[in-house]
Design a protein around this ligand. Structure first.
Ligand code: ADP
Ligand code: MG
Length: 146
């Protein structure tokens, strides 16, 4: 079944809140793929999302290190992985980061610039696209074909 839901936010705080609410509703391991405009709010959303998972650490963009990992305290879940593929040179570089093992375990995985690794994304993921409408207005489109 395909689901699609569109959101409009007019501040970074509201984009964070959207991430937080989505994270709080998750019970199982999941892959969340973020795409869209540079400055669209992907990292901002990821910060709220991590807060919604109960992570207290400060979430910064992993664009230079490609991936950061945070321990989860929820029952049955291991880690929150925050990937940023913006600086990947070749899609297959994702494999060297342990990609398949990470997806195969009880983790929550969020990927910025997921379209850069399109060939390595399994079915059943949640896709979220960020578009800049105006200085502070963003359109955020969530789709899932799970
Ligand atoms: P990305 O990771 O998609 O490149 P960031 O989250 O790093 O984007 O940056 C988004 C920038 O846009 C931040 O400087 C943020 O303050 C600003 N901003 C303005 N309005 C919004 C909004 N509605 N949602 C998210 N970010 C916004
Ligand atoms: Mg970012």
């Amino acid at each position: 079944m395909g689901l699609k839901q569109e959101f409009l936010t007019d501040s970074p705080e509201k984009t964070k809140k959207l991430g937080e609410i989505l994270a709080q509703s998750l019970m199982n391991s999941v892959l969340i793929c973020l795409s869209g405009d540079l400055g669209g709010g992907k990292t901002t959303f990821a910060q709220g999302f991590a807060a919604g998972l109960g992570i207290k650490e400060k979430i910064t963009s992993p664009s230079f290190v490609l991936m950061k990992r945070y321990l989860l305290k929820k029952k049955g879940l291991k880690y929150f992985y925050h990937f940023d593929c913006y600086r990947l040179r070749e899609p297959e570089e994702i494999l060297a980061l342990g990609w398949e093992e990470i997806l195969g375990d009880n983790n929550i995985v969020l990927v910025e610039w997921a379209d850069k690794i399109a060939g390595y994304l399994p079915q059943g993921r949640i896709k979220i696209r960020f578009e800049i409408l105006e200085e502070r207005r963003r359109e955020i489109i969530v789709t899932s074909n799970a």
